[in-house]
Design a protein around this ligand. Structure first.
Ligand SMILES: [Zn+2]
Ligand SMILES: [Zn+2]
Length: 169
């Protein structure tokens, strides 16, 4: 039994894994992606047609409560839905493109440093830290620049210098 796997941690806590729970755990653990409930449900259903949404919700709640899975909203890019990922991954920030929804993960020492600084500054014990950064990916920056350009009203000719009305003689 691998102690560093979610499944291992659950067994240590005495949580019984039904086959359906196991399927969900594997999906979250192995895809490495940020899946919402619907995606998880659809993927799980491919493996076990009898699985239902209630099981998916219950399992996610159980995993959240056990601190094994993190629930993310990813800047609410996709609306109200939440996304799930395993807590076993090294701490990382989520960098979300607000246009195409692409999610990058930033791993790095600055995050650990920030955590330590917060701990020493407030005498706080950090249990969970979530960093989300929203913006535009390189591709979308190009597209946006074009869109903005297209939306701009056509450039009017510079107003002519007003001439004094021609005198009629
Ligand atoms: Zn983008
Ligand atoms: Zn992530």
């Amino acid at each position: 039994m691998a102690a560093d796997s979610t499944e291992g941690s659950l067994k240590q806590r005495g949580v019984r894994l039904t086959r359906q729970r196991q399927i969900l755990l594997e999906l979250i653990d192995r895809t490495g992606a940020h899946l919402d409930v619907e995606q998880l449900y659809r993927m799980a259903k491919e493996r076990d047609p009898k699985i239902n949404r209630v099981t998916v919700y219950r399992t996610l709640n159980m995993l959240k409560a056990g601190g094994l899975v993190d629930e993310l909203d990813l800047m609410h890019y996709g609306g109200d839905q939440h996304y799930y990922e395993t807590r076993l991954k090294q701490e990382h920030a989520h960098v979300i493109c607000l246009r195409c929804g692409r999610v990058e993960e930033f791993f790095g020492e600055p995050l650990q440093r920030l955590r330590k600084q917060i701990e020493s500054h407030f005498g706080f014990q950090v249990m969970v830290a979530r960093t989300e950064v929203g913006g535009y990916c390189a591709h979308c920056q190009t597209l946006r620049a074009r869109e903005i350009e297209a939306m701009r009203p056509p450039v009017k000719a510079a107003p002519r210098a007003r001439r004094a009305p021609a005198r009629t003689e």
